[in-house]
Design a protein around this ligand. Structure first.
Ligand SMILES: Nc1ncnc2c1ncn2[C@@H]1O[C@H](COP(=O)(O)OP(=O)(O)OP(=O)(O)O)[C@@H](O)[C@H]1O
Ligand SMILES: Nc1nc2c(c(=O)[nH]1)N[C@H]1C(S)=C(S)[C@@H](COP(=O)(O)O)O[C@H]1N2
Length: 177
């Protein structure tokens, strides 16, 4: 099980500030996912090309099962993560963005400015998270219950979570014959 954590930020990638969001995603995963996994981390600038090329390499060459991005989803001119995602995913999963915005509205009215997408490419699930370090825990708590079953459905690796943190929801197998 390979999980990629991609920080998308002009300033973090230039070293103008310390990346706090990528480490927050990694810390959350290490506390929550109880089955074995490896993490690869990338910190890259905003813009369609770097984001698209990084995501394509993680999907097609490194065969990541799950990719979590943070940053670049707002309406500022350099925020182009969703545009890059549209060039990478072959199927969108709009429920993730809907749930992220719905849940984040409890935290901040500016949640409606976010354009997070999720989708699949082959056996990889990709999910965008907001850039702010303080949004990471909240966002992952809001959507992760559906992630293990989604990975099952696309033929990616198996993961399970600590139910005290997030209860992974897998529907009971149907008994119809
Ligand atoms: N990866 C990160 N690590 C630490 N702080 C971050 C990170 N991403 C965003 N932030 C903080 O959240 C604020 C708003 O996030 P936003 O994604 O709008 O950043 P930004 O100003 O577009 O960043 P950049 O210009 O570096 O791409 C930033 O000004 C910064 O203080
Ligand atoms: N939970 C949560 N969601 C949030 C925020 C936040 O602080 N907390 N910030 C919002 C803001 S201000 C923006 S512009 C968008 C996109 O952020 P990004 O460009 O850093 O990805 O996420 C939104 N979603």
């Amino acid at each position: 099980m390979l999980i990629a954590v991609v920080t998308i930020s002009d300033r973090a990638s230039r070293g103008q500030y310390e990346d706090l969001s990528g480490p927050a995603v990694e810390a959350w995963l290490r506390e929550t996912v109880v089955t074995p996994f490896e993490i690869v981390r990338r910190t890259i600038p905003d813009g369609v090309e770097p984001v698209r090329d990084t995501l394509l390499a993680l999907c097609d060459e490194e065969h990541a099962d799950l990719i979590l991005t943070t940053g670049g989803t707002g309406p500022a001119p350099r925020d182009e993560t969703p545009e890059a995602m549209r060039e990478v995913v072959t199927r969108e999963l709009p429920g993730f963005g809907e749930q992220l915005r719905r849940a984040s509205l409890e935290q901040t009215p500016t949640a409606i400015l976010s354009r997070q997408l999720a989708g699949t490419r082959g056996k990889t699930l990709l999910i965008n998270l907001p850039g702010k370090p303080g949004s990471i825990r909240f966002s992952l708590d809001a959507v992760f219950a559906a992630v293990p079953y989604c990975l099952d459905l696309i033929g990616a690796g198996w993961i399970d979570t600590d139910p005290a943190r997030v209860r992974a929801f897998r529907p009971a197998p149907s008994s119809s014959s």
